[in-house]
Ligand binder design. Structure first.
Ligand code: FAD
Ligand code: N01
Length: 532
């Protein structure tokens, strides 16, 4: 027996929770299907030491209900994973969402039935689901990347994935630990693991830019700005390029003297926000030359902090402009390499040959350890969507075939050939380049408004045209051509996954501009969509 609903929502993180709330408010029947056994998504899974947000929490928060904002106060500028998880649980309870979610349930297959004009979802637990609309709120950083290291299964000791951290925590006291990976997850975890372990060896393939978070209570000035006019602040965030209202500089690097650039850089460095540096001057993250000045100043900070010159040099990113790869916010990351119990292994000089029973063998040495932490990242943006396999649209077309040369969407929200399927924060949407709480609310509102609009118009199907999808893909590529993101091998481009098609996946034109485009599509009679 099927479970029949108007809308099936895959995932119970920020996106799934807000979707369920809005769908219920709209009088639609909906079910949430979630692999985890509780709500939270990212914040349910990523429980590694030091996990916290890198967008100030007063911005990284739901804004759809002022009463919810009144009911919750964040304790820190950058809240920890347990606090963000507690918030999402609070949201689930406040709007009584859990009763609509089937936990411990993975959506395994999805098939469009053109006769019934419904999706049929196979699940790992309980009845299959039949739904008119199928929404993948499955997360763009939710599918862990396999370590892709030979011998990974041979290691005799425990291994941990930052994105699947044990709920009971891990005690590394007295242990020799290896961390592989120096992205945001590794850079947050490394200082805390170093404090506990007897010895920590960090295996770094590509150094990342990181700036100090300077965490603490939410800065009084930021809170005052927000509280003076919260509705206005939230509205400005919605129309801003990155989902946070921030001043953008007018002066380009070449219009500033060296002393002025230094002064702005130091202020940005001490702002404790990624935006503090990317707005140091107008061309800081948009032009190679303006960026080179900034990147070199950051390398200077690394050299000033790390006492061993060879280690400092190995930690200095040289292969990508600041901001082209997601930079990190850290607490004591570079200082950690001054500890006597921490060693950096530069995999560019000695690549990993294999993992052995007792540790990690590189081209130069054997490093025996008691535990290995894989901070190796995600099959980003497409991983969770393609893991529903097969996902079959009109005429038997499969999503992995449709995306064989890279993901193609219309607005990052829909895929030609897949009627009544919506993606939240899909490839071709700004998502990961913005404050995602704001990006998610925009997507959810747009999707639910379309579904309710169709109900009012007596329509049952919506599908992007091939022409619209091709046009959007061109626009996404054109915008990318104007940014520095194309210059780095990152998870934004699929380069972190063996065999994955290459191309900048997020929309780089900015969240506010994107919102305007989505609204314009609606105001122009759903331009690019076929409705029936
Ligand atoms: P997720 O939270 O990823 O939830 C998706 C859910 O879908 C998961 O629980 C997953 O189990 C479930 N799922 C997937 N596939 C299936 C399936 N087939 N069947 C059933 N369930 C399925 N963004 C920011 O803007 N600011 C930050 O500071 C920030 N910090 C981050 C820190 C970390 C450690 C990570 C990994 C990401 C961070 N992000 C941040 C991005 C973050 O992913 C988003 O902000 C947001 O939490 C995503 O919410 P979501 O609901 O869209 O997806
Ligand atoms: O993943 P990553 P992440 N051998 O892909 C290395 C968000 N986030 O989980 O760069 C050796 O960035 C890999 O090396 P390289 C945020 O958006 C936010 O850290 O491919 N090394 C890299 O160093 C972030 O960008 C926060 O050469 C291997 C690392 O593993 C995104 O999630 C915290 C390897 C992976 O870094 C992903 O971050 C956490 C191999 N085989 C996450 N395979 C905040 O602070 C991979 N690596 C808010």
């Amino acid at each position: 027996m099927n479970q029949d609903v108007d809308v099936a929502v895959v995932g119970a993180g920020f996106s799934g929770l807000y979707l369920l709330h809005r769908l219920r408010q709209a009088g639609l029947s909906a079910i949430g299907l979630e692999t985890g056994d509780d709500v939270g998504g990212t914040w349910y899974w990523n429980r590694y030491p030091g996990a916290r947000c890198d967008v100030p929490t007063t911005d990284y928060t739901f804004s759809f209900d002022p009463a919810l904002e009144d009911a919750w106060t964040w304790s820190e500028k950058y809240a920890t994973q347990p606090e963000i998880l507690a918030y999402l649980r609070f949201v689930a309870d406040r709007y009584d969402l859990r009763r609509s979610i089937r936990f411990a349930t993975t959506v395994t297959t999805a098939t469009w039935d053109d006769t019934a004009q419904r999706w049929q979802l196979g699940t790992s637990n309980g009845a299959p689901v039949s739904c008119r609309f199928y929404v993948m709120a499955s997360g763009c950083l939710s599918a862990p990347k396999p370590p892709e290291i030979e011998g990974a299964r041979d290691f005799a000791g425990p291994t941990y994935l930052t994105s699947r951290w044990p709920h009971e925590g891990v005690d590394f006291t007295g242990k020799r630990v290896a961390v592989i990976g120096t992205g945001s997850s590794g850079i947050q975890a490394i200082p805390l693991i170093a404090q506990q372990a007897s010895h920590l060896t960090v295996f770094q393939r590509t150094p990342n830019f990181s700036i100090p978070a300077l965490n603490g209570p939410a800065p009084a000035a930021a809170v005052a700005t927000l509280e003076r006019d919260r509705a206005g602040y939230r509205e400005r965030a919605r129309w801003s390029p990155v989902g946070m209202p921030r001043q953008r500089p007018a002066e380009y690097s070449w219009q500033l003297s060296e002393a002025e650039r230094r002064e702005r850089f130091e202020r940005g460095w001490m702002s404790g926000e990624l935006g503090g540096l990317s707005t140091a001057w107008a061309d800081a993250v948009s032009d190679v030359d303006g960026n080179a000045l900034l990147s070199e100043m950051i390398r200077g900070k690394i050299r000033d902090t790390v006492t061993d010159p060879a280690t400092a040099e190995a930690l200095c990113p040289q292969d990508h402009p600041f901001g082209s790869k997601r930079p990190c916010l850290d607490t004591g990351y570079y200082d950690t390499y001054n500890r006597p119990n921490v060693k950096l292994v530069d995999l560019r000089r000695e690549p990993i040959a294999t993992i052995t029973r007792s540790g990690i063998r590189t081209a130069k040495a054997d490093y025996d350890v008691d535990a290995i932490v894989f901070a190796t990242g995600f099959d980003a943006m497409t991983g969770a969507m393609l893991a529903v396999h097969p996902m079959t649209g009109r005429g038997g077309i499969k999503l992995d075939d449709a995306w064989a040369d890279g993901p193609k969407t219309y607005l990052g929200l829909t895929v030609a050939g897949f009627p009544n399927l919506f993606l939240v924060t899909g490839p071709g949407s700004p998502s990961v380049l913005a404050n995602m709480a704001v990006a998610i609310e925009q997507h959810v509102d747009w999707i639910v408004d379309r579904i309710t609009g169709m109900r009012e118009a007596g329509q049952t199907t919506i599908e992007a045209t091939e022409t619209a999808q091709a046009g959007w893909s061109r626009h996404v590529a054109d915008c990318t051509g104007l940014t520095l993101h194309r210059l780095a091998n990152t998870w934004y481009t699929g380069a972190n996954m063996r065999g994955k098609a290459r191309g900048v996946m997020p929309y780089t034109g900015g969240l506010g501009a994107y919102r305007g485009i989505c609204d314009e599509v609606v105001s122009r009679d759903m331009l690019g969509f076929r409705l029936g």
